[in-house]
Design a protein around this ligand. Structure first.
Ligand code: FAD
Length: 275
């Protein structure tokens, strides 16, 4: 089975951000990813930006995969957006529930991502390759590990083609999750999401909110570097390259990099892996 490598961006909010993303994309394009994905602000915060970014990617001749989160959306909103993407000849969607923005009271017409997957399949047949999210360390709102696995299986059964994981630093969590899912009869590829390490306080904040565990030894070591960004970056490159190597050697069907719109760390990891 061939491996799938992809890079994720967020939609920039300023003209400088747009220019920075173009440069990042140019650098990462040399690695010939299967696609570039672009995140989507749940509840409408960055939706225009997502569309603008995927249009640029497609215009440059690369496959773009917009993320689409359904929280707060109506069926009519989602149907309209899917048609726009289809008109742009986009064939891949990352289908998500999204996080409920603070202050949002209405959930909208979709409650969970499996309902969105089902809707896309029903409306568009096989036009879209549908990616869904997977959580090797389990979703922070899941009632139990068992429920979360059952909910992941629901997304697969609704018609997802493949999955991208939340980031994690412990490869055993990924392999155990894949085994659990396979034991439930799900065969779709589950591509690890990889978060390069650049800034400790930002990483700690993200990890606390999304439920990704930073192992104690790594947290303490990163913390001990304080403002020494060069040491944080060096350790981060070693740790993440080693993680990627273990994942690929263990059979992971590719890697999806959370680039945070920067090419430096990802390029170094890529080169060290000899991909
Ligand atoms: P779901 O699969 O719907 O799961 C959400 C929670 O509900 C889980 O706890 C699950 O166990 C439970 N659940 C699921 N189905 C059911 C059911 N039928 N009955 C009862 N409980 C159920 N967020 C954004 O806003 N924009 C993005 O662009 C974005 N991109 C992401 C990309 C990746 C690869 C990943 C891993 C996450 C991304 N997120 C993004 C974050 C994501 O939206 C949040 O983690 C969100 O809280 C859950 O989305 P989901 O699609 O996994 O939801």
């Amino acid at each position: 089975m061939s491996q799938t490598f992809s890079f994720e961006f967020f939609p920039p909010k300023t003209p400088e951000g747009v220019e920075k993303l173009r440069n990042t994309r140019r650098q990462l394009a040399q690695f010939k990813p299967a696609f570039f994905s672009v995140t989507f602000g749940a509840g409408g915060t960055t939706q225009e930006g997502t569309l603008a970014a995927v249009r640029e990617i497609q215009a440059e001749g690369f496959a773009a995969a917009p993320h689409l989160s359904c929280v707060g959306a109506t069926r009519a909103n989602v149907a309209e957006l899917l048609q726009v993407y289809r008109n742009e000849n986009i064939h891949r969607i990352v289908a998500l529930r999204g996080d409920i923005p603070s202050g949002m009271v209405e959930f909208g017409e979709f409650r969970y991502a499996n309902e969105l997957v089902e809707f896309i399949r029903r409306e568009h047949g096989d036009w879209f390759h549908i990616e869904v999210a997977a959580y090797p360390e389990y979703h922070p709102q899941a009632r139990s590990a068992h429920d979360d696995l059952a909910n992941f299986v629901r997304k697969a059964q609704a018609g997802a083609n493949s999955a991208i994981t939340q980031y994690f630093f412990n490869p055993d969590a990924y392999f155990a999750f894949v085994d659990e899912v396979r034991a439930r009869g799900v065969t779709l590829p589950i591509v690890p999401g990889i978060m390069p390490i650049n800034n400790f306080s930002q990483l700690a904040r993200f990890s606390d909110s999304c439920g990704a565990e930073i192992p104690r030894w790594l947290r303490l070591k990163l913390q001990s570097y304080g403002d020494d960004t060069a040491s944080i970056k060096a350790l981060g490159l070693d740790v993440i390259t080693d993680l990627c190597r273990k994942l690929l050697e263990g059979g992971a069907p590719g890697l999806h990099f959370y680039t945070l719109n920067a090419a430096g760390n990802v390029s170094t990891i890529w080169q060290r892996l000899g991909l």
